[in-house]
Design a protein around this ligand. Structure first.
Ligand SMILES: Nc1ncnc2c1ncn2[C@@H]1O[C@H](COP(=O)(O)OP(=O)(O)OP(=O)(O)O)[C@@H](O)[C@H]1O
Length: 638
């Protein structure tokens, strides 16, 4: 029993005395105990020898400043215990990172740092007791989730879209007509993600559409590659090629995306590569009335319905509307289900769009139906019986720049023997994945090589001035500026408009789809210098030539940062990202990015002399903004 004695808060002598009394009962136990004690004392002496100079320095440093005591909750909490108060959040009055350097010590919580500086704690419990009772000295180790092999060991994709190009001729499996189209659109080489994914997808489709005896069920694919690395073409080309040979028009590919604008963008790419083929693409996003969309999907005939689309690009809500309400809209022949921006789509799983799609895809007619023989069943264990009938497989393809590696989340998608293509290296099954898999296990996302990251420390009132300074003095001509709310977007827009000298527009859900479409088009054409937007344009939107992304409001989540800044430096180009940070945000934000492996975040100071010349006009613009807001509020109330 002596071995399990816990000398929690007593010094080494107390622990030693008690242990000695116990040891007297049994010779062997005593000998063992003595040996352990002498080892522990030796360790303790060594520790003290190391700590003496540090303790002296800390005592000197603490003498001149207010000694901070850890707050205790009622009845609980000794420093370092699991119940000890958490580290204080930075406060707006500047009592943050800079106020106490000890809080900044890497790997030490505030409580730990304080404990280290306290003379009471300096001697600490004996080293051997720390094993059982010393909670305070180290952070609890992070739980290391065990990733399934397919997630832990992905097929690695190169990241550099300027150097690791693969000439079009080097992938002869791609149909000559598609290669012709690629060249016609100025594409002579594949980006790395395309060079990896296109052959793999074509290979899985090469055995024809039917699986069963002699065939096989193709594996589902997940692709995680940086923003602007060409993921769209990585699925558009093989899907179009796989669907080319067809007898009857049926919906055989369904692409689901989170926003109308993204769906529109992807359907445009499909239209380019199906232009010279009989394949038809339908867009169902709710931008048109349901009846108008139905006309593009099915046609009533004398003996039923005729399908009018081979490829459907949809947003989840409107897709479910069609599954429910469009007579003759069938997904029974679905071969590819592409889920773009997959991590975001997983977040919207509560809308149950995926079970509805899968149920529609595996819907079975009665035994007397025309396709009764070819009806398919959900993937299941392979048995002699299950391979008797030829079946059309349904292959799921997931794409994202920030694909989650949370196996529980991915499990909701019901993937079949999935295979992951990733620009991040393999971690051998249990590398350093973080528990907080929402943020990203391992804390690393890939960023485009040509992107440089900056942050601008500034005050709340000077934020609009910094944006104006970036535009007017630094000469950026196409700038996308993100805020965290519609309200902020709108007010910043009104303010910049009132300031003048910059062509500015706003993009948010305040406006209808057709207005937003027009704004994006003007921005693409270079008619708008500054587009102020909510996160509605943060994902997937591809506007060539965006030079600068400004995070007017710092994004709260890493994923949001990755997608926002990914609107620039696309397709191998260079671009800059500036994040405006209030003093209170600085520490948390920089730590978040450091954990994400963001390469070198440069500090960009804007001295007040640079902003000063803008101030008189800015003050005027502020009063105009005030009047405009009051006017809007009056109109709203009326
Ligand atoms: N092989 C290529 N050669 C030249 N340009 C290409 C090539 N492939 C794609 N592009 C261009 O690169 C840009 C970015 O492509 P895409 O929108 O597919 O990126 P993405 O990886 O889906 O980005 P995001 O994650 O932000 O959605 C597009 O303008 C596209 O036309």
């Amino acid at each position: 029993m002596a071995l399990f004695h816990v000398a929690r808060y007593a010094g080494p002598e107390a622990a030693g005395a008690e242990a000695e009394a116990e040891a007297g009962k049994d010779g062997r136990a005593r000998a063992l105990l003595e040996r352990l004690q002498s080892q522990a004392r030796e360790r303790q002496r060594q520790r003290q020898r190391q700590q003496e100079p540090e303790a002296a320095a800390q005592t000197e440093g603490a003498a001149g400043r207010r000694r901070r005591r850890p707050r205790r909750r009622k009845g609980v909490g000794v420093p370092g215990s699991p119940h000890a108060p958490r580290r204080k959040r930075p406060r707006g009055d500047g009592e943050d990172a800079g106020a106490d350097g000890s809080e900044e010590a890497p790997g030490k919580s505030g409580v730990d740092a304080e404990a280290a500086g306290s003379p009471d704690e300096a001697s600490g419990p004996p080293a051997h007791a720390l094993l059982l009772g010393g909670f305070g000295k180290s952070r609890a180790p992070k739980v290391q989730p065990f990733l399934p092999a397919w997630l832990a060991e992905p097929s690695c994709v190169k990241r550099n879209v300027t150097e690791d190009l693969v000439p079009i001729e080097d992938i002869p499996e791609v149909h000559p007509d598609l290669r012709k189209q690629l060249r016609a659109h100025g594409i002579s080489s594949y980006f790395p993600v395309q060079a990896a994914v296109i052959p793999a997808l074509l290979e899985s489709a090469a055995n024809g559409f039917l699986v069963g005896r002699g065939g096989y069920q193709p594996r589902d694919l997940c692709v995680s590659a940086p923003t602007g690395s060409g993921k769209t073409l990585a699925f558009v080309l093989p899907v179009v090629q796989a669907l080319l040979p067809r007898a009857v028009c049926q919906v055989r590919a369904l692409v689901v995306l989170p926003t109308k604008e993204l769906a529109q963008q992807v359907s445009k790419v499909f239209n380019i590569y199906t232009e010279a083929t009989p394949l038809r693409v339908a867009l169902v996003t709710g931008q048109k009335a349901l009846a108008r969309e139905q006309e593009g999907l099915v046609q009533k005939t004398a003996d039923g319905f005729r399908c009018l689309a081979d490829i459907v690009v949809a947003t989840p809500g409107r897709l479910v509307d069609h599954i429910d309400q469009t007579l003759g809209f069938s997904l029974q022949h679905l071969r590819f289900l592409v889920i773009d921006e997959a991590d975001r789509m997983i977040d919207s799983m509560h809308q149950s769009w995926l079970p509805r799609v899968v149920a529609a895809a595996f819907h079975r007619e009665g035994a007397g139906g025309p396709c009764a023989l070819l009806q398919r069943r959900q993937p299941q264990a392979v048995t002699a019986a299950s391979t008797c009938w030829p079946q059309m497989p349904l292959q799921k393809l997931l794409f994202s720049a920030t694909l989650t590696q949370n196996p529980e989340k991915l499990q909701q998608l019901g993937l079949y023997q999935p295979r992951l293509f990733s620009t991040r290296p393999a971690r051998g099954g249990h590398g350093d994945p973080d528990v907080d898999v929402d943020v990203d296990p391992g804390g690393k996302y890939s960023f485009p090589a040509g992107l440089s990251h900056h942050y601008v420390p500034c005050g709340l009132r000077s934020k609009p001035l910094v944006v104006l300074h970036l535009l007017l003095h630094m000469g950026f001509s196409r700038v996308l500026c993100f805020t965290n709310s519609r309200e902020t977007s709108h007010r910043l827009f009104l303010l910049v408009q009132a300031f003048g000298g910059v062509t500015v527009a706003e993009f948010s859900s305040r406006y209808g789809p057709s207005w937003r479409k027009a704004i994006l088009k003007q921005f693409e054409q270079g008619k708008i210098q500054l587009l102020i937007s909510t996160d509605a344009t943060a994902r997937g939107i591809d506007v060539p030539g965006v030079q600068l992304v400004v995070n007017y409001d710092a994004p709260q989540y890493l994923r949001t940062y990755v997608h926002r800044v990914g609107r620039t430096a696309r397709a191998g180009k260079t671009g800059q990202a500036f994040t405006l940070l209030l003093k209170v945000q600085e520490r948390r934000f920089l730590r978040m990015l450091a954990e994400a492996g963001v390469p070198e975040l440069q500090r960009h100071d804007t001295p007040s002399e640079l902003l000063q010349p803008l101030v008189p006009r800015y003050e005027e613009a502020l009063s105009q903004l005030e009047r405009a807001v009051q006017e809007e509020q009056r109109r709203k109330a009326a």
